[in-house]
Design a protein around this ligand. Structure first.
Ligand code: PLP
Length: 705
């Protein structure tokens, strides 16, 4: 069941909390009137609008009624408006049309300019279409990004300088990541003032329904639109072409859309879009700018209260009232995405998250935003149909996310929480830093910290009131200056150490071992100059006999020399982990147990039957503590889950491997982390481990009993 305005109850179980959808710039739900219109035309008026019989004429009437409405809403005047599959197609068609005309003018000996100018913050469909068609048509013009200023608006002075050389200018009406509204009047004035004959494409996708558009009163040549950004379904869009602007069809064939775009029309999409446009024209359905700006202010206030230090990456006054783009010092976009998702708040990362780390958002980079903000940005966006209840619920969930991040040690805490004890892995895919923590004495050692984990380590250490005894590395001369600076008085950066960061007491000899609660840490230097750090339980020290070593922190698990100092069941904890093994043992490496992913994956539809067949089975939630806190006890099937964050898996493995092997069903948000963990367990000989496929996103959820 979908409640349109942003709160969705897709429950398979009535106790499941609702989902709050705040990703309207990616896509929106479909307006009930649009669904009804689509169902009506599919069920009752399914004729082909090109047919001349009654059924066809009925469909054609819907088609032309929708077009007429769109033309009024957009102020198309004598221009042309065709239906297509969406904005990406509209952009292709516009680019193809402009470039074909330019090629013709060039062939006629006309000077056309040498630049294809596009705003530096355009949707990637624009520069990529320009590159593609420029190459395919053999025009060999130069693609040139038009810079934007710190507010994300086009640099009009740069435009003034470049416009005389421009053959085509592409700018957007409003940006999809930040909501920044372009100064289209200013751009038009520069184009006129410079006397350029360049064509002008304006991507109006994010403007529809949010900004007034009177296209015929502008000098815009092409304007693509997309239905699914304003409560119509995916796969329907429109392209405006100014009267007199050159046009080349992208798709030829049956002559539909007056030959401008062949192919039988997507009538369900057109009817649905028609319902949205009618609502827009009639008024009363969508919220006003002032109401939406009020919603944004409430969300911003909640975010400020929940996430100390939050920075908004755009000026609200010059942005759509439906978009907030922000970054939080010390918390990456992945952590923010995870905590919002765990709380059932759907937002998007402003940056493209690659497998290894968040790539900075090119939009924010173009605005000159510092790297940490460009890499850690989150976009929260809502449609103009959003209601009061959604905003109120979102504000409450935002507060819960802030509390979850504080309790998880990612944000400074109000109260001192219980400290971690034991081994903690702080990794991004393929690489990890490690912490060994002594909660009783509040001391710890940091091993091979990754630069991207600096803020996390500093928050954890400072927030939990730890002191750092050493920052050590598996290779000599590692640079830990940024972490040392972030730790401040928690670490004595002036104390003498050797080239690996290992403490050297006053007598000049390296310390033989570092005590850490129930453990003792020692260092071994291998023949190749790499170092490993061996952690043995205190009772067994100082005998660091290989078999007594419980953890060996090493550069890689294939580090030569490890077999001489680690036992067959010592957990090898690597810094570089190309195969995402998390940790392993020499015994597992030698056995190299063949396993298929299929045997580890548990189909969520089979979970209930599995739990009935295995009454002793336990659910294990490998998400971060802050994600568990944000979810508030919701688990698959309502079964209580044991929280074992992936970073604490190595610590827990020791108990699991040496205890009774009960069936374990590991869960996480999407099934990726739990799959890694279950595979790790199986490699180490724990055959009773499964990963819930698709994670919590696909599982039937309920509040834990
Ligand atoms: N332009 C902008 C500004 C967008 O936000 C999008 C969608 O994300 C597109 C173009 C592409 O639209 P469509 O999904 O209809 O192809």
């Amino acid at each position: 069941m979908v409640k349109l305005c942003g709160i969705t109850a897709t429950a398979t179980n009535s106790t499941m909390p609702t989902e709050i959808y705040l990703d309207g710039n990616a896509t929106t739900a479909v307006l009930p009137a649009a669904i009804a219109a689509a169902v009506d035309i599919m069920g009752q008026r399914f004729g082909n609008p090109s047919s001349s019989h009654g059924a066809g004429l009925q469909a054609k009437a819907v088609l032309e009624r929708t077009r007429a409405c769109a033309m009024r809403v957009l102020g198309v005047g004598p221009g042309r408006l065709m239906f297509n599959s969406g904005a990406t197609e509209g952009i292709q068609t516009a680019v193809l049309s402009a470039l074909c005309a330019l090629r013709e003018r060039q062939a006629n000996g006309e000077a056309i300019g040498d630049l294809l100018l596009y705003g530096a913050t355009e949707h990637k469909a624009v520069p990529q279409s320009l590159e593609h068609w420029n190459r395919l048509l053999g025009l060999h013009l130069t693609l040139q990004a038009l810079p934007v200023d710190g507010d994300g608006r086009h640099d009009l002075a740069a435009l003034r300088a470049l416009a005389p050389r421009a053959a085509l200018v592409c700018t957007m009406a409003a940006n999809n990541e930040t909501g920044v509204i372009s100064d289209l009047a200013g751009i038009a004035a520069v184009l006129t003032e410079t006397g350029t004959a360049a064509y002008w494409l304006v991507d109006c996708v994010q403007a529809l329904g949010k900004l007034p558009l009177e296209l015929a009163h502008t000098r815009i040549d092409y304007a693509p639109f997309s239905g699914h950004k304003l409560y119509a379904p995916k796969g329907i869009g429109m392209l405006y072409v100014r009267a007199g602007a050159p046009y080349t069809p992208l798709i030829m064939g049956g002559g539909q859309e007056a030959g401008l775009r062949s192919g039988t029309e997507n009538m369900a999409g057109i009817a649905a879009l028609g319902a949205v446009l009618a609502a827009l024209e009639q008024g009363g359905t969508f919220r006003t700018h002032a109401e939406l700006a009020g919603f944004r202010a409430r969300l911003a206030d909640s975010l400020r209260a929940a996430l100390p230090g939050i920075v908004f990456n755009h000026a609200f006054a010059a942005s759509l009232p439906t978009t907030l783009n922000f970054s939080v010092p010390g918390v990456g976009s992945r952590e923010l995405m995870d905590v919002f998702d765990a709380a059932g708040v759907r937002v998007s990362s402003g940056s493209a998250c690659s497998a290894k780390q968040a790539a900075p958002s090119y939009v924010l980079v173009a605005m000159g935003v510092p790297d940490w903000r460009a890499s850690g940005a989150i976009r929260m966006s809502f449609g103009p149909l959003t209601d009061e209840a959604t905003i109120a619920a979102a504000c409450a969930r935002i507060a819960r996310c802030g509390a979850a991040l504080r309790s998880g040690g990612l944000l400074p805490m109000d109260d001192m929480p219980a400290g971690h004890d034991g081994v903690l892995q702080l990794g991004v895919d393929g690489a990890s830093g490690w912490l060994v923590l002594d909660a009783a004495r509040r001391r710890c050692v940091v091993i091979d910290p990754l630069p991207e984990q600096t803020a996390r380590i500093a928050t954890l250490v400072c927030g939990h009131d730890y002191g750092v005894d050493a920052i050590v590395a598996t290779s000599p001369n590692a640079d830990h200056a940024t972490l040392i600076a972030a730790l401040g008085p928690r670490f004595d950066g002036d104390a003498a150490t050797d080239a690996y960061g290992w403490p050297m007491p006053a007598d000049g000899a390296s310390a033989s071992s570092l005590p850490l609660g129930r453990h003792v840490l020692t260092a071994v230097t291998h023949a190749d100059g790499q170092r490993s750090y061996l952690l043995a339980t205190a009772e067994q020290a100082p005998t660091t006999a290989a078999a007594a070593v419980r953890f060996a922190f090493c550069a890689t698990v294939t580090q030569p020399g490890l077999p001489a100092c680690a036992g067959p069941d010592t957990l090898l904890c690597p810094t570089r982990d190309a195969h995402n093994q998390l940790c392993t043992t020499l015994r597992a490496l030698a056995a190299s147990v063949a396993q298929t992913e299929a045997e580890v994956r548990l189909d969520p539809a089979a979970l209930d039957a599995f739990l009935q067949a295995h009454p002793g089975a336990r659910l294990v939630d490998v998400r971060e503590p802050y994600e568990c806190a944000a979810t508030a006890g919701v688990t698959p099937g309502g079964q209580p889950a044991i929280p074992v964050p992936l970073g604490q898996l190595a610590d827990r493995l020791d108990q699991w491997l040496h205890g009774e092997h009960v069936p374990l069903v590991l869960v996480c948000r999407s099934g990726n982390r739990s799959l890694k963990a279950a595979q790790c367990l199986r490699r180490l000989g724990y055959r009773q481990a499964w990963s819930l496929d698709g994670g919590l996103a696909l599982a039937p959820l309920a509040l834990a009993a």
